[in-house]
Design a protein around this ligand. Structure first.
Ligand SMILES: [Zn+2]
Ligand SMILES: [Zn+2]
Length: 368
């Protein structure tokens, strides 16, 4: 059935998010209607609103939703009404990459997650009689109720605190998954992680779980570096005060075996390659400004060093998110230490405190 939902609309970089009542149309056969309990705010949401990642606006953003299933389409079998779910991106399920178990590289990724519409061009949101762009990363979770696409609806245990679980769907999957699924470090190896936001800190926790011996986190914010030490880093480098590559080389005795670049800043990308010992791999996770070229010193690359982009931790999210939930339950993924809750109505304050001042690492909005 069509219901009312309260959604935060992103209109332009200059205007704040505006909470607007609108209609949410019934789910199609392969969709699920979810009442959102809470949603994380991720850097990508803010990048789209600020238009450094230029998707069409206005749009309802948000892609770390957690909630309760309230209605399922006719073809849905993997969740039922009342289930607790975490939401993730959409994939087609039939392209060659989906067939190989690589849904994060689905050939319809852009159409399904970033246009604000279904692949048939329709929208599930109607605002003042006009279609409103939604379905951001298969969900648009800055809304009290959402229509989500089946591949991104993941059942999680009911005895875990649902309001904390949304970030498992993006930030945690991206950070932990990049280390565990893409880099697959040997136990005892060293890893340098650039950027101590949610993804970088999650990569550090993933590195610890993978048995890395030296886990070096690099940032410019002292309180974030402190948090990195709390959740499992073995060394930190303040890039504002110290020579980053030199420091990593001296801590590791020659260079790191792996690196994870979470900032998207071109100069940092170069450091993330130059800090590697040969052979060594850098996972590029941070989104660089579009059209950017990064000059790499080929003397560095030729000795077995390389860089490769990694999306969504290359995770099969239907299995990986419940796995992360169990790690959290066991106390081995203590991301709750860097979470701060806000009321949905305070979304602009939450954006200010995280992307603006950097004082909050992972804001989570509690829905009314
Ligand atoms: Zn995200
Ligand atoms: Zn596909």
């Amino acid at each position: 059935m069509t219901i009312q939902t309260l959604a935060a609309v992103a209109r332009s970089p200059e205007e704040p998010f505006e909470l607007v009542e609108m209609d949410l149309l019934p789910p199609l056969a392969n969709e699920v209607r979810v009442k959102i309990k809470a949603t994380g705010i991720c850097h990508t949401d803010i990048a789209v609103k600020e238009q450094s990642f230029a998707l069409p606006l206005p749009m309802v953003l948000g892609h770390e939703g957690a909630g309760v299933v309230e209605e399922v389409g006719g073809a849905i079998t993997h969740v039922k009404v009342g289930d607790h779910v975490v939401l993730c991106g959409d994939s087609c399920g039939h392209c060659s990459n989906c067939h190989q178990g690589l849904p994060f590289y689905c050939k319809e990724f852009v159409e399904r997650n970033l246009t604000g519409e279904r692949v048939d061009g329709s929208s599930c949101l109607v605002c003042n009689g006009e279609p409103m762009r939604g379905r951001f990363v298969g969900q648009s979770s800055f809304s009290t109720n959402v229509i989500a696409s089946a591949p991104g609806v993941i059942k999680v245990p009911k005895d875990l605190p649902l309001e904390l679980l949304g970030p498992l769907g993006c930030g945690l999957t991206t950070g932990v998954g990049t280390v565990m699924n893409a880099l697959k470090p040997n136990p005892g190896s060293s890893i340098a992680i650039f950027g101590a936001g949610t993804v970088g800190l999650s990569a550090a926790m993933g590195a610890r779980l993978a048995g890395c011996e030296k886990i070096i986190v690099i940032d410019v914010n002292p309180s974030r570096l402190e948090m990195a030490m709390e959740i499992g880093a073995t060394a930190i480098v303040n890039a504002q005060e110290e020579d980053v590559v030199e420091n990593i080389q001296s801590i590791t005795g020659g260079g790191a075996n792996y690196s994870v670049e979470c900032t998207g800043v071109p100069e940092v990308v170069i450091q993330a390659v130059n800090c590697l010992t040969p052979p060594g791999w850098c996972a590029q996770v941070g989104v660089t400004p579009s059209g950017i070229t990064v000059p790499l010193e080929m003397d560095q690359v030729v000795f077995g060093r390389g860089i490769r982009g990694v999306v969504m931790g290359e995770a099969n999210v239907q299995n990986f998110v419940p796995y992360l939930a169990e790690l959290f339950r066991a106390g081995r993924l203590p991301y709750d230490r860097f979470v701060k809750f806000y009321d949905f109505a305070d979304i602009n304050q939450a954006v200010h405190d995280s992307a603006g001042t950097g004082e909050v690492i992972k804001p989570i909005l509690r829905m009314p």
